[in-house]
Design a binder for this molecule. Structure first.
Ligand SMILES: [Zn+2]
Ligand SMILES: [Zn+2]
Length: 425
């Protein structure tokens, strides 16, 4: 199998289009994406740059603005399987604090109209460029494979809405896009660049977020007996919620994380407010545990409200939901064998699973097809080796210091996508 890394500098050939005669190298393209991140749901310039680059390859039929700023591109290349490769494209409201010369200085208004710094702190820019490079490689070498290649550039992953939005907007029904036999995706992570890791099982956990509103009775701070204090109610609930993991989860067989990330109540020290609003995030790695934890949350918040004599039960409103990411067993076995050949000792299939979450699997489960998801390293190998040796901290995804090295990260992400696609064609 000829790998992308052998012709990494290859530019798409378009002799008849002078206006397209100069394309960026993938590394320059990466810097462009990194310097110009956009928040979930606002990825218009990112999507335009992706589409512009895809147009270099005339073989692709490109469909834009699916479920927001989503793009699907199709290369029909004879009979055979249909393979979908997916990259997410959104960034985060974080002020970049890396020293990179191409660090983001960008700001954007969020959905509440507040100006936020924006950073590709989850490394989705590496996903975009790896997929563009893989697309270029697979297009240029299409005489060596047969089937249909579908590329999906998915917006709004960070808020868990983009994959569902693309499906709801007719990704598989409106554009004549062939239904994939398998859906493939990847994520960059804070480990040694050049490495690829996977597991044949649960890669990522499920995540559920809730807004819980406790109702009390407001009043003067000097007359607590005339009030029902929602702050005390919510505070008791926070402590009791922590007992779900410590007292209800089987330490050998189950895993769960329960985090109260926000409590909002009251405006002044001498007024007891009438409401407290709590934001809660729950991570689990199997459906049974998920149901159990969610039931416990509902039981506890209701019981704490009862214990306080609340005049009405709390409301529990789900604000986001990420499904489990569980790799398809049979196809993953095939991919593990292929990755072993491509990456040798830089590959392992012992990924322990992560409590992070993704909406990627929706692109497959929506059509009842298998999917595989893996991770590739983004940390400069020398920096990684030094950190391991000397116990130094390495900044990970979602931090202001997350700084994937350009290579071998892009080469690895590209090789992994090409290897996976060619395994299943
Ligand atoms: Zn993220
Ligand atoms: Zn991410």
């Amino acid at each position: 199998m000829r790998m992308f890394s052998e012709d990494q500098k290859a530019k798409p050939q378009l002799p008849n289009r002078e206006s397209r005669s100069k394309s960026d190298s993938y590394e320059d393209l990466y810097k462009k994406f990194h310097s110009n991140p956009e928040l979930s749901g606002q990825e218009s310039a990112t999507a335009e740059l992706i589409a512009e680059h895809l147009r270099f390859h005339e073989a692709f039929t490109i469909h834009e603005k699916i479920g927001g700023h989503g793009i699907a591109a199709v290369l029909r290349n004879g009979p055979g399987k249909t393979i979908l490769l997916r990259a997410d494209i959104d960034a985060l409201p974080i002020l970049e604090q890396t020293d990179l010369p191409y660090a983001s200085k960008k700001t954007q208004k969020d959905k509440n109209g507040i100006i936020r710094p924006v950073m590709h702190a989850c490394g989705h820019d590496t996903h975009i460029v790896s997929l563009l490079a893989a697309a270029g490689h697979l297009a240029i070498t299409r005489s060596s494979w047969s089937g249909s290649l579908v590329l999906v550039f998915q917006p709004a992953e960070e808020n868990g809405q983009g994959a569902q939005a693309m499906v709801d907007d007719g990704l598989y029904s409106r554009f004549g896009i062939p239904i994939p036999d398998i859906v493939l995706g990847q994520h960059v992570g804070p480990f040694r660049g050049g490495n690829v890791t996977i597991c044949n099982g649960v890669m990522l956990g499920a995540a559920d977020s809730f807004k819980i509103t406790f109702f009390g009775r407001g009043g003067h701070g000097s007359a607590p007996d005339k009030t029902i204090d929602p702050i005390v109610m919510a505070s008791s609930a926070v402590l009791r919620l922590q007992t779900i993991v410590s007292r209800e989860i089987n330490p050998k067989e189950e895993e769960a994380v329960v985090t109260v990330g926000s409590i909002q109540a009251g405006q002044a020290e001498n007024i007891i407010p009438d409401q407290a609003v709590m934001l809660l995030n729950i991570r689990t790695i199997d459906e049974k545990t998920r149901e159990k934890v969610l039931a416990s949350v509902r039981r506890i918040v209701k019981a704490e409200a009862d214990a306080s004599g609340a005049i009405q039960p709390p409301t529990v409103e789900q604000i986001s939901r990420f499904p489990l990411t569980r790799n398809d067993q049979v196809s993953t076995e095939r991919l593990i064998a292929a990755f072993e050949k491509t990456f040798g000792s830089n590959f392992d299939s012992t990924f322990p699973g992560s409590s992070a979450s993704e909406d990627f699997s929706i692109l497959a489960t929506a059509i009842g097809k298998p999917y595989i998801y893996w991770a590739f390293g983004g940390i400069d190998p020398d920096i990684w080796d030094d950190a391991v040796k000397n116990g130094k901290y390495i900044a990970g995804n979602h931090t202001p210091f997350f700084a994937p090295c350009i290579q071998p990260t892009l080469k690895t992400g590209t090789d992994a996508l090409c290897t996976a696609a060619l395994t299943f064609f």
